[in-house]
Design a protein around this ligand. Structure first.
Ligand SMILES: Cc1ncc(COP(=O)(O)O)c(C=O)c1O
Length: 423
């Protein structure tokens, strides 16, 4: 038999992908907002690439990465268990800290059980990829986090997406899914990561229940921020008992790294023995678990609500400062009953990708670091500067950031034309 050789090099795409030219040009002008190097801890002001910059681009919402008790939690765990566990939770990677953390989550969220994963991404992958099978249907909001989409793809369930927060379309998907023949799961972010807006959970709960579907809520950006106990969007919107599965990460308010799925004991037990992204990866390192545990304990103490109030107060302050400059700042979600839900994410709409990169660089050079969200993180033509605050920012620091925005905006508009305005 003649030997067959493929004519396609699987690496060819690495040399030919659509963003290559854009990236090359941006690199030449030093405009790439990604992979910038931090030279110290994530605090309200950071050292980055040789100078101090105001940090308005982290998910360290409670500022706990710098908290002595959280650092001590990490150090104690490191000293007791060493640098790593070199094995899966399933085998040699479970310590009493992992179990204590899972107990804390169970109590905090008021669920029957909870399971700690090595990252939040793996928690979504591990829950969705295991609970759902090829005969099921999953209905996801188009704004859901990438890890949710990855979990849906892994599961090979039928994916029916609906346009961001369009409850009328969710209803249509539920109607269609009813005749797909399998189980149905609706999965949404509680707080959407890029725009900081909130899912209308009461309506979603009602629809899911009407159609007999299960509901999972990703609380990555809401845990430790929303609700009187900081238990997230489900708590704030009064639907904790009606949401079947809740996901959260340790990499935001909890100042660490890892993820958790909380829900009914039988489901959590199933994940514990079936979830491949849980079983076939090393467990979270002791320092990460020790830090997350200390952070959860702070959130659950009397100090928690004070911190939640402070970060949301700072979000309001930054929002009004930036909007006051005439920038278009995404407004907080207004619920059906008129309540406004503020989150720590304060996005400034720019629209065009190049303008977003240029504005980002001007701010960076002037001493403010923000995140830039381009397609596919946001819809095409919807580039954002995603600013976010911590409980530990003081008003003087935020005032300085707003002054820098004012100066940079003026210079930028003189050169590149007007930015989208809020008016
Ligand atoms: C909404 C949402 N879900 C899940 C994740 C994944 O969490 P982790 O960073 O812990 O992997 C993130 C983090 O980027 C997120 O924003």
């Amino acid at each position: 038999m003649a030997q067959m050789r493929t004519s396609v090099d699987v690496f060819a795409k690495t040399r030919e992908h659509e963003r290559l030219e854009q990236l090359r040009a941006a690199r030449e002008l030093d405009l790439v907002p990604y992979f910038r190097v931090l030279e110290g801890p994530t605090l309200p002001e950071v050292e980055m690439e040789g100078r101090g910059r105001i940090m308005l681009g982290s998910n360290n919402y409670l500022g706990l990465t710098g908290d002595d008790r959280v650092r001590q939690g990490a150090l104690d765990a490191l000293n007791r268990y060493g640098t790593g566990l070199t094995g899966s939770r399933f085998l040699n990677g479970t310590t009493d800290l992992h179990l204590e953390l899972e107990r804390e989550f169970t109590e905090w969220l008021g669920t029957e059980a909870a399971l700690a994963f090595t990252t939040g991404h793996q928690a979504n992958l591990g829950a969705l990829g295991t609970i759902l099978g090829p005969s099921d249907t999953v209905i996801a909001d188009s704004g859901d986090h990438a890890s949710i989409l990855d979990g849906c793809i892994l599961s090979r369930a039928k994916l029916r997406a609906f346009k961001h927060n369009r409850i009328d379309l969710l209803e249509k998907r539920l109607e269609a899914a009813a005749s797909d023949g399998g189980g149905v799961l609706v999965v949404v972010d509680g707080v959407f990561s890029m725009e900081g807006d909130v899912a209308p959970l009461p309506e979603i709960v009602e629809l899911a229940s009407r159609f007999g579907a299960r509901l999972m809520v990703d609380e990555a950006h809401a845990l430790g921020v929303l609700g009187a106990r900081g238990a997230g969007t489900c708590e704030l919107l009064g639907v904790e008992d009606q949401v079947d599965l809740r996901m959260a990460t340790f990499s935001k308010s909890l100042a660490s790294c890892g993820g958790v799925i909380a829900g009914p004991a039988d489901v959590i037990e199933f994940l514990r023995i079936q979830s491949r992204p849980f079983m076939f990866t090393a467990s979270g390192v002791p320092a990460a678990i020790g830090a997350a545990l200390a952070a959860v304990q702070i959130c659950r103490s009397a100090e928690g609500p004070e911190l939640f109030g402070r970060v949301l107060g700072n979000a309001r302050y930054l929002h009004s400062g930036l909007a006051g400059l005439g920038l278009r700042v995404v407004e907080p979600t207004r619920l059906a009953d008129g309540t406004e839900v503020v989150t720590p994410v304060v996005p400034v709409v720019v629209g065009d990708d190049w303008k977003a990169a240029l504005l980002w660089k001007a701010l960076y050079d002037a001493g403010v670091y923000v995140n830039v969200a381009l397609h596919p993180a946001v819809p095409p033509g919807g580039a954002l500067l995603r600013t976010s605050v911590m409980a530990t920012h003081d008003h003087a620091t935020l005032d300085r950031a707003i002054e820098i925005f004012a100066r940079v905006k003026q210079g930028f508009e003189a050169e590149h034309g007007p930015l989208p305005s809020g008016a």
